[in-house]
Design a protein around this ligand. Structure first.
Ligand code: SF4
Length: 217
C-alpha cells in the first residue's frame, strides 16, 4: 500500500531527495528511486510497499542470526519486496530483486496492529524485519516498532546498515537489536555488489546504533 514517505526533501521543479538510505536518490516527478519501492508523485515521495508482506513466519532468534539476546526466544519475522543493494548470491533474491526485475510477487497486507497481534498469537517474544532490506519499508517498520515496544515485544532490524543518520535516529528509540550485515571492509567489494563507494557510512551507522542508542549489535 502507498504511504507518504517519512523522510524526503523537496527540490526544485517537483523533484525530491529521498533521505532514507545513503544513496539519497534525487527523484524527478513520475520517477522511482533506485530501489524501485519509492515513487515521486507530483512532488511528494511515497513508499509503495507499506505493510505489503511477502514473507512471514515464526523463527528462532538464532536464525536471524542473533546471538546473546534472549536465546531460545522467537521473533515474528516479516519481509517485503526490494533492496538497495544487488548482492550476487542473495538468498532472498526472489523478493529482494523482484521490483528491479519487474517480477510480480504476491503480497498480503498486514497492518502494524495486526503484526503485533500475530506475534502474540504465535507466542513470539519479538518482531523482526528481515528477508529484504527493512529500511525500504521504513514507515511500516517505524509504526510497527512503536506498537511492538508498547506491547512488550523486542524489535530487531536485519539490515545492510546503509540507512541515513536521520532514519536511524527516528526509529532507534523503538529498536532493541541492530543485526547488521557488513559485507566487507573494502571499497572494491562494496562497489561490486552494491554500486556504492562510501561504504564507511555503514560502520558509522553501526557505531551510532551501538554507542549512541545502546542497541544490541
Ligand atoms: S531508500 Fe530507495 S529511493 Fe530512498 S535513497 Fe535509498 S535507494 Fe534511493
Amino acid at each position: 500500500m502507498w504511504k507518504r514517505a517519512e523522510l524526503f526533501t523537496k527540490l526544485s521543479g517537483q523533484a525530491v531527495r529521498c533521505e532514507i538510505c545513503q544513496r539519497r536518490c534525487r527523484i524527478s516527478a513520475g520517477e522511482w528511486g533506485y530501489c524501485v519501492t519509492r515513487f515521486n508523485r507530483r512532488g511528494v515521495l511515497y513508499s509503495t510497499i507499506y505493510g505489503d508482506v511477502a514473507v512471514w513466519r515464526k523463527a528462532p532468534i538464532e536464525i536471524k542470526p542473533v546471538y546473546h539476546y534472549l536465546p531460545g526466544s522467537h521473533a515474528f519475522s516479516v519481509g517485503s519486496l526490494g533492496c538497495n543493494f544487488l548482492c550476487p548470491g542473495c538468498q532472498n533474491w526472489d523478493i529482494s530483486f523482484a521490483r528491479m526485475e519487474g517480477v510480480e510477487v504476491n503480497t498480503e497486507y498486514i497492518s502494524p496492529p495486526e503484526l503485533v497481534r500475530l506475534a502474540r498469537k504465535f507466542s513470539c517474544e519479538g518482531v523482526s524485519w528481515t528477508y529484504n532490506e527493512p529500511t525500504l519499508w521504513f514507515e511500516y517498520t517505524l509504526d510497527g516498532a512503536k506498537l511492538a515496544k508498547a506491547a512488550g515485544l523486542y524489535t530487531n532490524y536485519v539490515t545492510n546498515g546503509y540507512l541515513t543518520i536521520q532514519a536511524l535516529d527516528l526509529i532507534a528509540p523503538y529498536l532493541d537489536i541492530f543485526r547488521v550485515e557488513i559485507k566487507a571492509f573494502n571499497e572494491s567489494t562494496y562497489r561490486r555488489i552494491a554500486n556504492i563507494t562510501r561504504w564507511q557510512g555503514i560502520l558509522e551507522i553501526t557505531e551510532r546504533a551501538k554507542h549512541t542508542w545502546k542497541m544490541h549489535v
